[in-house]
Design a protein around this ligand. Structure first.
Ligand SMILES: Cc1ncc(COP(=O)(O)O)c(C=O)c1O
Length: 396
């Protein structure tokens, strides 16, 4: 096995996505092995004792570590340029592990008000019960972040692009603000993936992933990850090891296969999304299109500096509110009506009544999620087929 693949800055990202983290067993398999085992056998009692007290490295139990999961962690860490990666059972458990690993009662979070609905729900209804408060600010107004910080603020939390409006937060500027406040900046990089954006290079301290999305890329399994320095991830790993929202070995294996085509897919998703966004902008029944790759996007210039392309998510507002939005969704024949994103198949959703239904109407209005808003995660079908499917309900 060529062992320089895991050395920093040795290979290009395309190569790392295929090869970083690979460990071969004594059988010399070419494709990464799937280790379905809950525990590991020790040579003797002394070795077991040394492993348990951390004197000797090695696997003990798959809630702590598993070789297939470790390969996933090392590959994603190489792609994000992170010292360490902790894999989790889902994107939400990555966020939970991050918060539980970093915070204690009495701490405070400053978060973007444009977050995936379950994250807002986690902060407002679960974390809050343990004495951690959250203040929400605009992801595009940097002054608000510093103004909202308190002496007990420990984390700044954002997604960029945001879900579903694709607002772009200036990661470098918000990271400078977090540093001034003594807080860590956490960036959910799920919409871009490391193929398009590397938040740690831009100043973020911690990166979160819902691997369920583009890292798998084919809508098969759930998983997540927290990435950053060993120091920042120590508490996160301890939480995971003790509380157990660990990634399954099978899912890690699926992600390893998915990541091999990450760059190809992200380039193709982006090209299709740009074509669909341009076409939507020309439709008379479309009020507004949100896509970072369009010059009409308010943070287009920032997006093009921070990301390689606009990504695969396009949101748009139809004239006629909820009725018109539901009519368009119901008229599709090929596009899948499902809330997931990052799949090779195009998906369509109505955020106000699905992903963002559980947040209060006031918070929804603050986040700009109107009743006429539709989100599509543009897949890899022919652009003309995607456009024709959307046109059915748009022109009714
Ligand atoms: C931006 C973002 N972050 C986190 C999550 C949560 O990920 P998971 O569904 O894997 O728990 C999602 C899910 O849709 C998401 O869109």
């Amino acid at each position: 096995m060529q062992d320089d693949i895991n050395q920093p800055n040795t290979y290009q990202p395309e190569t790392l996505a295929l090869r970083a983290g690979t460990q071969r067993s004594q059988f010399g398999e070419h494709s990464e092995a799937l280790f379905l085992t809950s525990s590991y056998v020790f040579e003797n009692a002394a070795q077991a004792a040394a492993r348990f007290i951390g004197e000797q490295p090695g696997n003990i139990y798959s809630r702590f570590t598993n070789p297939t999961v470790t390969m996933f962690e090392e590959r994603l860490a190489a792609l994000e340029g992170a010292e360490q990666c902790v894999a989790t059972a889902s994107g939400m458990s990555a966020i939970l592990a991050c918060v539980m690993g970093q915070l204690k009662a009495g701490d405070h979070i400053v978060a973007s008000h444009s977050l995936f609905g379950s994250i807002t729900n986690l902060f407002n209804n679960i974390i809050k019960r343990f004495g951690v408060e959250t203040t929400y600010v605009s992801p595009v107004n940097i002054a608000e972040w510093q103004a909202a910080a308190r002496p007990n603020t420990k984390l700044f939390f954002l997604e960029s692009p945001s879900n579903p409006l694709t607002e772009i937060a200036d990661i470098t500027a918000i990271s400078a603000s977090a540093k001034k406040c003594g807080a860590l900046l956490v960036v959910d990089n799920c919409f871009c993936s490391p193929a398009l954006q590397r938040p740690l290079e831009l100043g973020a301290d911690i990166v979160i992933h819902s691997a369920t999305k583009y890292l798998d890329g084919q809508g098969r399994v759930l998983g997540g990850a927290v990435l950053g320095s060993k120091k920042n991830l120590e508490g996160v790993y301890q939480f995971l090891r003790t509380a157990g929202p660990t990634m399954s070995a099978f899912n890690a294996w699926v992600f390893l296969k998915g990541m091999e085509t990450l760059k190809l897919r992200m380039d193709a998703h982006s090209a299709n999304a740009l074509a669909v966004a341009r076409w939507l902008e020309a439709q008379p029944n479309v009020q507004r299109v949100y896509y970072p790759g369009l010059p009409s996007h308010p943070q287009h210039a920032l997006a093009m500096r921070q990301q390689k392309t606009g990504g695969g998510i396009v949101s748009f507002e139809v004239k006629g509110g909820k009725q018109a939005a539901w009519r368009l969704i119901d008229a599709t024949r090929m596009i899948s009506i499902t809330a997931n994103l990052g799949d090779t198949k195009t998906t369509i959703t109505h955020p106000a009544t699905t992903t963002h239904a559980r947040i209060t109407p006031e918070a929804r209005v603050a986040a700009g999620i109107t009743d006429g808003l539709i989100r599509i995660a543009v897949g890899l079908e022919a652009v003309s087929d995607i456009q024709n499917d959307l046109a059915r309900g748009l022109n009714k």
